[in-house]
Design a protein around this ligand. Sequence first.
Ligand code: PXP
Length: 238
Amino acid sequence: MTQLGVNIDHVATVRNARGGAEPCPVTAALLAELAGADSIVCHLREDRRHIRDRDVRLLRELVKTSLQLEMATHPDVIRVALEVKPSEIMLVPERRAELTTEGGLDVAGQRETLKAVITRFADAGIGVSVFIDADRAQVDAAKAAGAGTVELHTGPYCHAATETERERELDRLETAAHAAWEAGLCVHAGHGLNYGNIRPLLKRVPVEKVNIGHAIVSRAVFAGLENAVREMKRLVSG
Ligand code: PXP
């Protein structure tokens, strides 16, 4: 059965808008777990625009399921990650001007650099997932670099403008997922998933876990976080 990872970054974005302590992303994580989340995801960015070091430390202490730390390969963030030791690291590309992660990591183009980072985490007993576009060359490079998991970028599927385009993106995701499973990698998926597009994805693409943030936090504003997580969990579990 597919698992649900809940990304709580946007709770921190609202908190930081007023510079205070509310709403608290750690409280959000604990409520999400009570409502059925299988793991909690947060992104420690180089600029700390939403999640901060203290949040990650508190989450590590209090999250009971599993904590996945999303990050780029900035030395300063690697240092925090090695100190906090989350359950898993997810490596993503990061650009200061972007609104959110915009594309998959080019693992094929920086295999040796990433291999060195992945080895550092492996030596510390932390598994690594890499966020990649649904592309065979990236799957093979992820395997060669030592990642145990790939997270397939679902943005192009979620933002497809026509049914034909959407089908083409589903085909790409399905092919990449099968290639990854065959290579012995675990497969996750995420980015842009919501209450409407999750079932069609899961009907076609075999994934162990989906990571979802914006849609859940958006619905939580009106329905409450526990209701929002519970409903998504119901859809993800099929
Ligand atoms: N997976 C990755 C790698 C991401 O960067 C994000 C966005 O932080 C997500 C999943 C969740 O995306 P969304 O907020 O669109 O659900």
